[in-house]
Design a binder for this molecule. Structure first.
Ligand code: NAD
Length: 322
């Protein structure tokens, strides 16, 4: 009888112990192939318990990297800190980095990461948590599209993402920058599951950055289509929906990202539908498959640096006046 091969756990460092870190911790705790080595957050109250013990806690990532050799560093910090902390991790450790979306807050920060290529393996080590691309209703709709080339190209998409961040006031801007910075990247990464994005065709930010209205061009089955993206923080509750129209065949796919449900219809006929047993919290339903994919050894391209660079370029294009 041969002895089973002992696989060493993936040593993880979690940087930023705020709202989304709770989901990372919940999903990481389920994975027996993972060990949480340390956490980092300047807030004194940010110590966490992980499977009954408290990992070492630091106020500063550089100090944590002096003491540990993590395999994976997860950055769940405010958006404007992502690029700087990614660079620090790349230069001061051999770890891969899973950066919360968006990877960077502007194009200069992306250029800074490109500049590191050659010194460190940026493409092989940097991954972005484009979690909406992993949500169950998006997965369902992507499979439906793949199974129905007969529906023809997607011609129009409308997507509306609302978050109740008006209630968080200036804190929301400090963590997420603007509704377009925060939701726009979720909408764009989600759309990459259905169509090939070609570029931003118009962009309007309003309500001091708390709302946005943007249009994006795409290709589907070789034909050109257009997506309308609305996002806003001026609400008391969260609601996120997208609709994909196949103009040739008259089919429409409607996905509700809040309820994690969907249906496809043509005129009065229901063609397909999707729901769940309601037992999995929404963010866990995104991050569970995301981590399974990342740690599989063959991460999906939507997590990779090239996808993040393409999405960043589209996200931050200033369309020409027409
Ligand atoms: N909240 C969500 O639902 C959600 C979902 C997906 C992605 N995200 C992304 O995750 C990131 C964090 O969002 P959040 O909602 O958790 O924000 P948050 O403000 O709740 O948490 C951020 C935490 O990072 C800490 N921090 C700040 N600077 C730091 C540094 N230099 N080193 C270590 N820790 C630092 C803060 O003290 C805070 O505890 C954002 O980029 C956001 O876009 C958030």
């Amino acid at each position: 009888m041969t002895n089973p091969v002992r696989v060493e756990p993936v040593r993880v460092g979690l940087v930023g112990v705020g709202i989304i870190a709770e989901t990372h911790l919940a999903v990481l705790a389920e994975r027996l192939d993972v060990q949480l080595e340390f956490t980092v957050d300047p807030r004194p109250a940010a110590h966490v318990e992980f499977r009954g013990r408290t990992p070492s806690h630091y106020r500063d990532l550089a100090l944590a990297l002096d003491d540990h050799q993590p395999d994976l560093v997860v950055l769940a910090t405010p958006t404007e800190t992502h690029a700087e902390l990614t660079e620090l991790t790349l230069l001061r450790s051999a770890a891969r980095v899973l950066v919360e979306k968006p990877l960077v807050h502007d194009r200069a920060a992306l250029a800074g990461l490109y500049d590191l290529d050659g010194k460190v393996d940026v493409c092989g080590r940097v991954f972005t948590a484009h979690h909406f691309a992993f949500s169950p209703e998006v997965d369902w709709a992507a499979e439906l599209l793949a199974d129905h080339p007969d529906w023809g190209p997607v011609t129009t998409i409308t997507s509306a993402f609302y978050d109740p961040y008006v209630l968080r006031g200036s804190e929301a801007f400090a963590s997420y920058v603007s509704s377009w910075t925060d939701s726009g990247v979720n909408q764009l990464s989600m759309l990459t599951r259905f169509v090939e994005l070609t570029g931003l065709t118009s962009a309007q930010q309003m309500d001091g950055g708390a709302s946005a209205w943007c249009t994006v061009g795409f290709r589907s089955q070789g034909e050109i289509g257009s997506a309308r993206l609305r996002s806003s923080w001026l609400t008391g509750s969260s609601s996120k929906e997208s609709s994909l129209v196949f103009g040739r065949s008259g089919v429409e796919v409607w996905i509700d990202h809040t309820a994690m449900t969907g249906f496809a219809a043509r005129d009065g006929e229901l063609l397909a539908s999707f729901g769940s047993d309601g037992r999995t919290a929404r963010k866990v339903a995104h991050y569970r498959p995301l981590y399974a994919n990342l740690l599989s050894g063959r991460p999906d391209p939507v997590l990779g640096f090239d996808a993040a660079a393409t999405i960043t370029a589209i996200h931050h294009t200033v369309p020409r006046e027409r």
